[in-house]
Design a binder for this molecule. Structure first.
Ligand SMILES: Nc1nc(=O)c2c([nH]1)NC[C@@H]1CN(c3ccc(C(=O)N[C@@H](CCC(=O)O)C(=O)O)cc3)C=[N+]21
Length: 291
């Protein structure tokens, strides 16, 4: 069984990106600059945004964190987005999701300049992705493709079963892996909360991508021998024995599934760090395009 080490792979990626940044700077182009808008600071989102800021420093990027009150109006948030759209210093930015309930996510995503949308969430970029045109690929699916490629996991002609249909992971993942591309050319089945006989389907999978957000949902009895398992889930579970008061659980029951798998991603240290590295990669692409 091979563990797909997202931590090590993302560090390698960041080093590769840092070298490109040095070369850009030598040729007189300023360092890429990523901004993140955080509305409120509930639980995990602050951790993730801070991880992004730290990763920027590591790769030689500039970063800006725009921290806004939980109670900010939709109108004021749209103004902040417009400022970043018009700020020539900023190559790309993200609006950390989820947003408070009083804010319309679709309106917010539509307001982002597609050329600065390094999350790839703007409908224009989703459309381009769907047509396999050059664009910013959403960071989590992009990171999974990169992991599969770097570990030489065969995907062509394989049966991929995606569990979950979110706009951020499940849906783009299933589209990308069915396309003619590296880590693509797969036969993809997308499943979700209304799927009947899920286990019958996952038992046929060569590759399972668990992205439904239910801790330890995928168990050993649901997969065949030598399956490749990608665990996108990351749920905080209260744990008094930990100094921060919680542990992280994926959507996969790692201990049992790992015994059957040929390849598997851990949580933490799997898909999460890859997401951040690919966000940097998208920002580098944006910076190069601007320069
Ligand atoms: N606009 C937007 N873009 C995002 O890319 C985005 C978002 N909103 N909202 C939330 C999700 C989640 N996400 C993660 C990033 C890094 C880790 C990560 O580094 N995880 C570490 C552990 C971190 C910890 O200790 O909690 C790991 O898996 O090893 C996890 C999750 C990005 N997201």
């Amino acid at each position: 069984m091979i563990i797909l080490d997202g931590k090590a792979t993302s560090n390698q990626l960041k080093e590769e990106i840092a070298i490109e940044v040095q070369e850009l700077c030598k040729s007189g182009v300023r360092a890429p600059h990523l901004a993140a808008i955080l509305v409120g600071s509930n639980g995990a989102s602050l951790t993730y945004v801070n991880a992004k800021v730290k990763a920027c420093a590591k790769a030689g990027f500039e970063s800006t964190l725009v921290s806004l009150e939980e109670t900010i109006s939709e109108e004021s948030l749209l103004e902040e987005i417009n400022k970043l759209n018009n700020n020539a210093e900023i190559d790309g930015f993200i609006v950390q999701l989820p947003l408070p309930k009083h804010i319309d996510e679709q309106k917010v995503l539509l307001a982002i300049d597609p050329d600065k949308d390094v999350d790839g969430f703007h409908p224009m970029n989703v459309g381009k992705m769907t047509l396999n045109l050059p664009t910013f690929l959403p960071a989590t699916p992009f990171g999974i493709l990169e992991l599969l490629e770097r570990y030489k996991v065969e995907t062509s002609g394989k049966h991929v079963v995606v569990i979950g249909r979110s706009h951020i992971v499940g849906s783009p993942m299933s589209i990308l892996m069915s396309q003619k591309r590296p880590a693509g050319n797969a036969t993809v089945t997308i499943t979700h909360s209304r799927t009947k006989n899920l286990k019958e389907i996952t038992l046929q999978a060569d590759i399972v991508i668990a992205a439904l957000g239910i801790p330890e949902f995928l168990t050993a009895d649901m997969v065949k021998d030598n399956v490749t398992v990608i665990d996108v889930g990351i749920t905080r579970i209260a744990d008094d024995t930990k100094k921060n008061g919680y542990r992280l659980a994926g959507d996969v029951h790692f201990e049992s599934v790992a015994k059957k798998a040929s390849h598997i991603t851990p949580v933490p240290g799997g898909v999460g760090p890859m997401t951040i590295a690919m966000l940097l990669k998208n920002t580098l692409i944006a910076a190069k395009k601007r320069a």
